[in-house]
Design a protein around this ligand. Structure first.
Ligand SMILES: [Zn+2]
Length: 237
């Protein structure tokens, strides 16, 4: 294939722009897929469940505790009444009856107080879980918002760099001869289309040329665009 040194440089530039465009488009697709956010959003949902379940337990325990407090008030009122009866009664049979009821009420009161303490402890730990989940959710929300704004900025940058590169590519391709560009595109559809000769290595496949091929390429005219015998990429000297 014939190509002036300027056209050869142009093809190298087209290849470099196309690689850049592929990289930018890949990065753009990765950002748009939202992979970096997915895990955080998953954690956020999990912590919502933890919080709602702890909140529900907390509220149920509040109801249980209120019920116990009501029972305790009743028992205490009854104890007070019995003690008054005891202080005023003179009939031994009545006194014995009241004393036995007072003993039963004392047992009941102690049971209720123990249950109350246990329920208060369980309620407090549910309340603690709710608070912990709230803190975690606030942290996650903060992280998510930072990532979202970073993504927005990066997306903007990438989108504008994609447009710039696309424009440069259009301009470069428009100034390349059609036949040369067709040859380049055919090679590009199979692999790396062009490489610079790097010492004896092909810049596209990195395989060293044999001495015979190397000297043949070196001695070809500068308007000649040779091809790598290994990977068939154009070789720019
Ligand atoms: Zn090669």
């Amino acid at each position: 294939m014939r190509a002036t040194p300027g056209q050869q440089q142009l093809l190298l530039k087209i290849n470099q722009l196309e690689s850049e465009l592929r990289r930018s488009k890949k990065a753009l697709a990765d950002l748009q897929s939202g992979d970096s956010l997915r895990e955080l959003q998953h954690e956020m949902r999990a912590s919502s469940e933890v919080m709602l379940s702890a909140q529900a337990r907390y509220e149920n325990l509040e109801v249980d505790i209120a019920r116990i407090l009501t029972d305790l008030e009743l028992v205490e009122a009854r104890i007070e009444r019995d003690q008054q009866r005891l202080a005023t009664s003179t009939v031994p049979k009545d006194i014995a009856g009241v004393q036995s009821e007072l003993a039963a009420l004392a047992d009941r009161k102690s049971l209720l107080e123990t249950s109350e303490l246990e329920l208060l402890e369980t309620r407090d730990s549910a309340g603690f879980e709710v608070e912990e989940a709230k803190v975690l959710r606030a942290e996650l929300a903060e992280k998510i918002s930072v990532i979202e704004s970073t993504i927005a900025v990066e997306l903007g940058k990438l989108q504008s760099s994609v447009s710039i590169v696309e424009e440069q590519l259009r301009t470069s391709r428009a100034s390349a001869p059609v036949e040369l560009l067709e040859g380049y595109d055919r090679k590009a559809s199979r692999g790396v289309p062009i490489g610079r000769l790097d010492d004896r290595d092909c810049g596209a496949c990195r395989i060293a040329l044999t001495s015979a091929v190397f000297s043949e390429i070196k001695s070809a005219s500068e308007d000649e665009l040779p091809t790598c015998p290994n990977c068939e990429a154009f070789l720019v000297r």
